[in-house]
Design a protein. Structure first.
Length: 197
């Protein structure tokens, strides 16, 4: 009987020791989980702080853009009375966006008009012939318009904000392929100067 009690006490002691070991294991795992949660929480707090900074920057930028838009709208009042006061065309050589001397001579009148009408605005539309891919022609049309724009800036000190470029590439031919000199007629920049009459 004594042996039986001793054996029972040994088993109970073993369970108690195992329970203590399990409790230590559980405490260790809980501490690890808590450490990970604390690290995750710090990361979330840092990200939240960065997001708050970004939101504040975006709000400031939005306010700045809103103020600029208001200024632009105030400046634009009266532009509904603008009409085309001058039109012209500048032609280019094949696969080129360099201005020829003839093109520069044709731009003299436009440059002087832009000086005489300081609130005038210029639309520059670049065009190409139908040779080459549409992507290439779109880019070439844009380069032609930009070439005229740069010339007006360099020679007549026209402000950049007064000129707007667009490229139509090969999509708006002025002459059909069966017409004489159709390709050379289509290699052009169409210029429209808008001002108040």
């Amino acid at each position: 009987m004594r042996l039986k009690v001793l054996l029972t006490l040994t088993v109970v002691a073993a369970f108690l020791i195992a329970g203590c070991a399990s409790k230590g294991y559980v405490d260790q795992k809980m501490a690890e989980v808590q450490a990970r949660m604390d690290a995750d929480m710090n990361t979330v707090k840092a990200q939240s702080s960065m997001n708050a900074d970004e939101i504040n920057k975006l709000k400031a930028l939005s306010n700045e853009l809103s103020e600029k838009a208001d200024l632009a709208l105030n400046e634009a009042k009266g532009f509904e009375n603008y009409r085309i006061i001058w039109e012209g065309v500048v032609n280019f050589d094949f696969d080129s966006y360099d201005l020829t001397q003839t093109a520069k001579d044709n731009l003299e009148d436009l440059g002087q008009k832009m000086i005489d009408y300081p609130r005038s605005l210029l639309e520059l539309a670049g065009h190409t012939d139908q040779m080459g891919s549409s992507d290439y022609n779109f880019t070439l049309g844009q380069k032609r318009a930009e070439s005229v724009k740069k010339y007006l800036v360099d020679q007549y000190a026209v402000a950049l904000y007064r000129m707007f470029t667009v490229s139509h590439g090969e999509t708006r031919p002025v002459a059909m392929p069966d017409e004489q000199n159709a390709y050379s007629k289509n290699r052009r920049v169409v210029l429209k100067l808008y001002g108040q009459l």
